[in-house]
Ligand binder design. Structure first.
Ligand code: NAP
Length: 322
């Protein structure tokens, strides 16, 4: 079948290991099912995989992609939940120490077909297109859990979103606005700041700029480049919810004094549960909010999408269609 896969790993030049070609059809273990992919979306995770983060040499060749929407074996329109937990695990699957994401141990979604545990298939609401639904399982689910589960935010709270252009960040802005929060956002780029306002941010700032108010929570995916600013943006007792470190995980100043003295909470967040994915879809259905898609490409042109993500040129999601 057609597939976009990692053939080799390079931390310095990740795109050299990317192949657009053919892979064998998947075999289907007991309790698993096959989804015919209609649309998939790109995440920074796919670039990390090509750099060897979360993907071992022994697992190559590996079809990339965590996210997909498509049609199940009975012809139902479905969304694929990307977190694969151990069959013996019950409860919050993000807490299963043996969990993996599609494309880490099991073949990913950038292909004609993807095989997943039956419990990883979630009905797609008719109100969402395949392209919109394909944006949800990683970036949008992560944003939903950061705001409303780990962050515990509610209507009327003020939130700062760092690095406005990212897939997770655009989801955070949209979902925070749809949930009745006051939304501040930063970006290094003036054009992206203007787009963040259009998307629903109430105020936008250059990365690192002094803010007019202290916020209840910061949503952090940038890491090293924004960490200190994030800590300094919080009101006493506020929370920083972190799910990514695009600019690197090693910070020059962890701001430990500020963290204890202002009694700040530092909360990790990763992906989300099947139930949260269903909740996210209900929220989109109910509010009319929709994923922002930067560009839609035929899957054959996946390399162009990877290159745009590596260059940081995106505002929203890259969707790959079959
Ligand atoms: N834990 C999880 O479950 C989970 C799930 C999804 C994603 N993630 C992680 O979250 C991060 C974001 O993912 P994504 O798919 O949204 O990636 P992305 O679309 O590539 O977004 C990254 C954003 O980070 C900002 N940025 C990058 N380098 C920066 C720098 N040096 N200084 C300031 N800002 C910088 C940019 O914002 P501006 O250009 O607007 O400044 C950029 O748009 C990734 O590290 C990813 O691995 C984690």
């Amino acid at each position: 079948m057609f597939a976009v896969y990692a053939e080799s790993i390079s931390s310095d030049d990740p795109l050299t290991g990317l192949v657009v070609g053919e892979r064998p059809d998947p075999t289907v273990p007991d309790g698993w099912t096959t989804v015919t992919v209609k649309a998939a979306s790109l995440n920074h995770h796919d670039l990390w995989s090509l750099r060897g983060v979360g993907l071992e040499d022994e697992a190559l060749p590996m079809i990339l992609g965590c996210d997909a929407a498509g049609v199940d074996e009975d012809g139902n329109e479905v969304v694929v939940h990307a977190v694969v937990s151990d069959p013996s695990w019950s409860g919050d699957e993000t807490l299963d120490p043996r969990r993996s994401l599609l494309s880490e141990r099991h073949q990913g979604t950038f292909a004609d077909k993807v095989t997943v545990p039956c419990r990883n298939v979630v009905p797609k609401p008719d109100s969402l297109t395949f392209e919109e639904a394909a944006c949800l399982p990683t970036a949008w689910l992560t944003a939903y859990r950061m705001l409303y589960t780990q962050g515990g935010l509610k209507a009327g709270d003020t939130v700062l979103v760092q690095g406005a252009g990212g897939g997770v960040a655009t989801a955070l802005i949209t979902l925070a606005r749809a949930g009745g929060l006051r939304v501040l956002a930063t970006s290094r780029d003036e054009a992206k700041r203007a787009k963040a306002l259009e998307l629903g941010a109430h105020e936008v700032f250059e990365s690192g700029a002094r803010l007019p108010v202290k916020v209840d929570a910061v949503m952090e995916t940038v890491g090293r480049a924004t960490w200190s600013h994030s800590i300094r943006a919080l009101r006493p007792g506020g929370s920083i919810v972190i799910s990514g470190t695009t600019s690197g995980p090693k910070v020059d100043d962890a701001e430990l004094t500020r963290i204890f003295f202002l009694q700040l909470r530092v909360i990790g967040s990763t992906m989300g549960t099947r139930a949260e994915l269903a909740g996210l879809m209900t929220m989109l259905d109910a509010t009319g909010a929709r994923p922002l898609i930067d560009r839609t490409l035929p899957m054959e042109q996946a390399a162009d999408g990877f290159a745009a993500m590596a260059a940081g040129e995106l505002f929203g999601k890259v969707v790959l269609t079959r």
